[in-house]
Design a protein around this ligand. Structure first.
Ligand code: PLP
Length: 471
């Protein structure tokens, strides 16, 4: 750096306003009004530090009180967006675990909000005026919808599996086929969960074939459970054999060993009736003789994050006595949302309209094409010459490991950099994620794909896009 610019910087540094001077500038007053004095003062200090550093480095920066205050206000506004903010899920995966899985029905949202705002009869029986149980709000509904004798609810399905194994098989054997030792994602691996639950894993059969004799040979006085795990997120195809749940239940019952079926997603409605592929229903699993069935609340069921345990009354009673149950229970907010969600299943005719998960899964390609026609000009106006936009047929996924091989015909808008630049594409993806309501798509073959299956709020989408800086 030349000594000349150094001298200029020193005098400019001396002329920088004080924190108090900056706080009197218009944008700083606005910042105090919006975010409070402590936050505004802190932001002004940071902006002054940045101005000082810029002057020392010889890079341009605002050095007057007004400019520094404006920088402080902009920084505060940028931080104001909640970290857990709503996003547009245009990834094409309907039940996206990283984007929060199921969207709740309006009925469930209203019930949750009401429970947040006021006292509720969570563990209080309004008829008798005596203590009640939190499961009372959903037990009868779950029994009705699944045909099970009894039911309980915990934090998620992982918790349900842990609690069942710990209650019914701690210190004893749990027999599982080698073809069903699943990993769900993250650290949820069946062998590890079994170890933590304190049960001994007894693997039977092979990866592709397991026979009745394999289970029979493993039964002993040490057996606590036979475990069947729905291989929800993969398929073993080709030369395969598994023991159907009905036969497995019979094998267990001969030896007085309960059958535990972890359905994973599970569904309360027959999806085939809505034009989707049949996924085993909880009712079927119960009818096939499973003594305990576990499944998720926020996968295909379309409710809040919860785990269900349904089945034999004596086994559910034992599960409820396990001290771990208290550590895994759900709060009033989710319970309210859950009750409202389950009630929607009592009216299958209107379910696909009211339950967002089912509504989005059953959305027809023509609807997505119509959305594409409407939002394409909005995108084109924003992206200008830098990108070409193509309407493309694409495949949506169900997600959450449910029906992993099924895809649903959908329509995407493909945003393609006119100069083919990968950097430009990445910059666009970044900019869309930086919007007030971030837009999350997926990059595929040099294009950013926006799958329109889950785009319902088109006005909100356009409003968010209005903040996109021209490329
Ligand atoms: C998804 C899944 C789980 C875990 O359920 P969460 O609701 O994510 O806790 C357990 N078992 C199976 C078979 C699953 O598919």
């Amino acid at each position: 750096m030349s000594s000349g610019s150094s001298v200029a910087d020193v005098s400019a540094l001396r002329r920088l306003p004080s924190v108090d001077q900056v706080l009197k500038a218009g944008p700083a007053l606005a910042a105090v009004e919006r975010f409070g004095r402590a936050e505004a003062t802190e932001a002004v200090r940071t902006a002054l530090d940045a101005a000082r550093a810029a002057l020392r480095a010889g890079t341009p920066a605002p050095v007057d009180a007004e400019g520094i205050a404006a920088a402080a206000l902009a920084a505060l506004a940028a931080d104001a967006r909640a970290s857990l903010c709503p996003v547009f899920n245009l990834t094409g995966t309907v039940l996206h675990t990283n984007l929060g899985r199921a969207l709740l029905a309006e009925e469930a949202v209203e019930a949750a909000v009401a429970a947040m705002r006021s006292a509720v009869a969570l563990e209080y029986d309004l008829d008798s005026g005596k203590r009640g149980e939190r499961d009372d709000h959903v037990r009868d509904l779950l029994c009705r919808l699944t045909g099970a004798e009894d039911a309980t609810v915990v934090n998620n399905n992982a918790a349900a599996v842990l609690l069942v194994l710990n209650t019914l098989a701690a210190g004893r054997d749990s027999i599982v086929s080698r073809g069903e030792l699943i990993e769900i994602g993250g650290a949820f691996r069946m062998p590890d969960i079994m170890a933590r639950a304190g049960t001994r894993l007894v693997e039977v059969g092979t990866t592709n074939r397991t026979h009745p004799k394999d289970y029979r040979g493993a039964l002993s006085p040490e057996t606590g459970l036979i475990v069947k795990v729905h291989t929800s997120n993969y398929r073993i195809e080709g030369f395969t054999a598994e023991v159907p749940p009905k036969e497995l239940a019979a094998i267990g019952h001969e030896a007085h060993v309960p059958l535990f079926n972890d359905l994973g997603s599970g569904t309360l409605a027959d999806l085939a009736a809505y034009g989707l592929v049949h996924e085993p229903t909880v009712r079927e699993a119960v009818a096939e003789g499973a003594d305990i069935v576990t499944f998720s609340g926020d996968k295909l069921l379309g409710g809040p994050q919860t785990g269900f345990i349904v089945g034999r009354r004596d086994l559910i009673a034992a599960i409820n006595k396990n001290p771990m149950k208290r550590a895994l229970r759900v709060d009033k907010i989710r319970l309210a949302a859950l009750e409202a969600t389950l009630k929607l299943y009592l009216d299958p005719d209107r379910l696909a309209r009211r339950l967002p998960t089912l509504r989005l899964l059953t959305r027809q390609p023509a609807e997505m094409a119509a959305v594409a026609a409407r939002v394409r000009p909005v995108l084109a106006a924003k992206l200008g010459e830098a990108f070409t936009i193509e309407e493309r047929a694409c495949k949506s996924q169900i997600g959450s490991g449910a029906l992993p091989l099924e895809t649903l015909a959908s329509t995407a808008l493909a945003l393609i950099p006119a100069d083919g630049s990968g950097r430009r594409l990445a910059a666009l993806a970044d900019a869309l994620r930086g919007l007030p309501v971030p837009v999350v798509g997926r990059v595929e073959d040099g294009a950013l794909l926006l799958d329109l299956r889950c785009l319902e709020d088109e006005a909100g989408f356009a409003a968010s896009l209005a903040h996109l800086e021209p490329a």
